[in-house]
Write a protein that binds this ligand. Structure first.
Ligand code: BEZ
Ligand code: FE
Length: 289
């Protein structure tokens, strides 16, 4: 096709799919929709060539920021509400299980494995409030799930995750905990504080382009894995925190808001948080799909 025009360019590109080598049905579905939406977007906003070059340079700069300590593209997806959308599409809720939410860019694999009740705190911060977090992991029939691994991570009272803060010990405020035969888990940690998502580079440019702010409400991340059950990636939000109703990455869900209460006399932490999780069985998931 030599005579490409504004009218036929989208159809010509769509027609190239699978023309010279076979492509899988799912790949075709994704590529067709991507091409249609991208072309539609450019036409909708009448994109100029200068704006196109700016976008190419922007993506190149975002890519250059990525390393094993920083994942800029997840951050950009979060700012646009894309990660929370994809998570809800991937993990439909039937009503019984604990809601999932965004993973975010700060998860690190291989956090230290700790005994039940241990503390993730390796460094003290002035004004910090300690919290004992405990609860049960159960299936949708209310039966305990033994041997589930909870991966926990949170920011420090200075608003920074340890991998973005050279002054924190490696894996500070991170840990992995296993449920016992009653499904019970427990760990000690710090009350999480609201923090700004990184806005020093391309993420900041995007936030400013949206006229939005950078703050997230205080939360503790949790990822739960147990063979036979749907893995859960979620967060527990502090009911007292600011920004619950105006999260910069749109990830708050009512059911994930927990109450940090004053600990009783003789307790070794300032606060206590009780939070239970429900995981759907893997077989149940497949039946629902
Ligand atoms: C987080 O909760 O760690 C997070 C999520 C999305 C973007 C930035 C941070
Ligand atoms: Fe976070």
């Amino acid at each position: 096709m030599r005579n490409v025009t504004l009218e036929n360019v989208t159809d010509i590109v769509l027609g190239s799919l699978g023309k010279h080598q076979p492509i899988a049905a799912r790949q075709r579905e994704i590529m067709e929709s991507l091409i249609q939406h991208l072309h539609g977007f450019c036409k909708d906003v009448d994109l100029t060539h200068d704006e196109f070059l700016y976008a190419c340079d922007y993506l190149a700069r975002a890519g250059q920021l990525c390393s094993d300590k920083r994942q800029e593209f997840i951050l950009l997806a979060d700012i646009l509400g894309v990660e929370v959308l994809v998570d809800m599409l991937s993990n439909p809720i039937s009503g019984k299980e604990t809601a999932s939410t965004v993973l975010g860019p700060f998860f690190r694999e291989n956090a230290p494995v700790m005994p039940k009740g241990a503390s993730t705190v390796q460094k003290a911060f002035e004004g910090q409030e300690t919290v004992y977090v405990e609860g049960y992991v159960r299936d949708t029939k209310g039966q305990p799930i033994q041997g589930a691994i909870l991966d926990i991570w949170e920011d420090a009272p200075n608003g920074l995750y340890e991998n973005h803060d050279p002054d924190q010990p490696d894996y500070n405020l991170r840990g992995r905990f296993e449920t016992d035969e009653t499904g019970h888990y427990a760990f000690r940690a710090l009350r999480p504080v609201p923090y700004p998502i990184p806005d020093d580079a391309t993420a900041g440019e995007l936030i400013r382009a949206m006229g939005h702010h950078t703050m997230r409400p205080g939360h503790i991340h949790v990822m739960i894995n147990r063979e036979g059950y749907r893995p859960l990636i979620s967060q527990i939000y502090d009911s007292n925190s600011d920004y619950l109703d105006d999260d910069s990455v749109f990830a708050v869900k009512e059911d994930l808001v927990g109450k940090f209460e004053r600990a009783g006399e003789g307790a070794d932490t300032d606060l206590v948080l009780r939070f239970d999780f429900t995981l759907p069985e893997q077989a149940q998931m497949m039946a629902a799909e």
